[in-house]
Design a protein around this ligand. Structure first.
Ligand SMILES: Cc1cc2nc3c(=O)[nH]c(=O)nc-3n(C[C@H](O)[C@H](O)[C@H](O)COP(=O)(O)OP(=O)(O)OC[C@H]3O[C@@H](n4cnc5c(N)ncnc54)[C@H](O)[C@@H]3O)c2cc1C
Length: 308
């Protein structure tokens, strides 16, 4: 019989690469993990159409996502992990436990929580450098097929899915006019040698409907203050992302959740940690490390006679 007062030793929120790595590491240490996930296992992997920086010879994100789902199934079958569907809303650390509250009212307790909820897409209304009418909704670049890119395509922002899209469609000859604010400059460096990319440095971009015809009017203000107006057939969203944290986490000024500033029972892994380390391999490493950190800290505390 299990004498533990908790629902699990380790609660893991999110089953993207970081969360699954955390669950696997927990199982390998004989910790009972409970994974809470609101969508399909794999998280953003389902959007990665071409992958070349993850070991294991994976060429697309969905392939890896499928393998991660199989990993969790294997652990569940062996009784070493439980996966529940649900949307977590709050993580809290207490002296004797950690608690995770779900939107449907369920509350789970554990010795520690790994939060690996990643990021969500930014919309124009989240940013000051772009303005657009209320009815404007740009579909994401990562979902666009080359066949859809007829006419003059403008891309809002130079976030990294731009590089992924170019690698996924090496034969596409579409030209992407990428509106690049100063904050995206370091990301644009990855793609500026690709002849299909026209970087348009902007301090502000205003999207509006043209007086006549279809498409969009894009009024760009350059760094020199000079305004230029372009006619766009389509405008795609590549603005980047914002952290998808939970209530109860400590956030920095940029909204991200630095791991070293959380309650000792709460660990943060994956994209949620910082805007700069958003990669599959680092997500996996940080998920595994979050669990190991807890494990060794607890062993030491127990060895020193303190409560888990
Ligand atoms: C278009 C695109 C292309 C990319 N290309 C590459 C690439 O080529 N190479 C590379 O290394 N990286 C790439 N990335 C980045 C990579 O996908 C991420 O760094 C990685 O997926 C982050 O893993 P994660 O586990 O932190 O978060 P995610 O993969 O975002 O997983 C988070 C999980 O948490 C779940 N979740 C969120 N909130 C809650 C909640 N409240 N309750 C329950 N569950 C929740 C989500 O449903 C999701 O499954 C790309 C990203 C995108 C969007």
């Amino acid at each position: 019989m299990n004498a533990s007062p908790y629902d699990a030793d380790m609660l893991v929120v999110g089953a993207g690469p970081a969360g699954v790595a955390a669950a696997l590491m927990a199982a390998s240490l004989n910790l009972r993990a409970l994974v809470v996930e609101s969508g399909p296992v794999g998280g953003k992997l389902h959007r990665v159409s071409a992958m070349e920086n993850v070991s294991g010879n994976w060429s697309t994100g969905p392939q890896l996502a499928e393998a991660l789902a199989a990993d969790l199934q294997r652990l569940q079958k062996a009784g070493r992990c439980r996966v529940v569907e649900g949307h977590a809303v709050k993580a809290s650390g207490h002296d004797d436990r950690a608690e995770l509250a779900l939107a449907d009212g369920r509350v789970f307790t554990s010795a520690s929580i790994v939060v690996a909820t990643g990021v969500t897409e930014l919309a124009p209304s989240d940013l000051q450098w772009v303005s657009a009418p209320a009815d404007f909704s740009a579909s994401p670049l990562w979902r666009a097929t080359p066949q859809e890119l007829t006419g003059r395509t403008y891309v809002l922002g130079a976030d990294r899915p731009l590089g992924t899209w170019l690698r996924a469609h090496p034969d596409s000859t579409a030209t992407l006019h990428v509106l690049c604010p100063p904050a995206d400059r370091y990301k644009a460096a990855e793609v500026e040698d690709d002849g299909r990319v026209r970087l348009v440095p902007v301090s502000h971009a205003a999207i509006s409907r043209p007086l006549y015809g279809d498409g969009w009017t894009v009024e760009v203000k350059g760094h020199d203050g000079i305004k230029t107006v372009y006619a766009a057939t389509s405008v795609l969203n590549n603005l980047g992302s914002k952290p998808a944290g939970l209530a109860g986490l400590v956030s920095g000024e940029d909204g991200y959740c630095p791991p070293n500033q959380q309650h000792r029972r709460i660990r943060v892994a994956g994209d949620l940690r910082s805007a700069r380390f958003q990669r599959i391999a680092t997500a996996q490493g940080s998920g595994a490390e979050a669990v190991l950190g807890y494990y060794y800290e607890t062993s030491l505390r127990t060895a020193n006679g303190a409560a888990k």
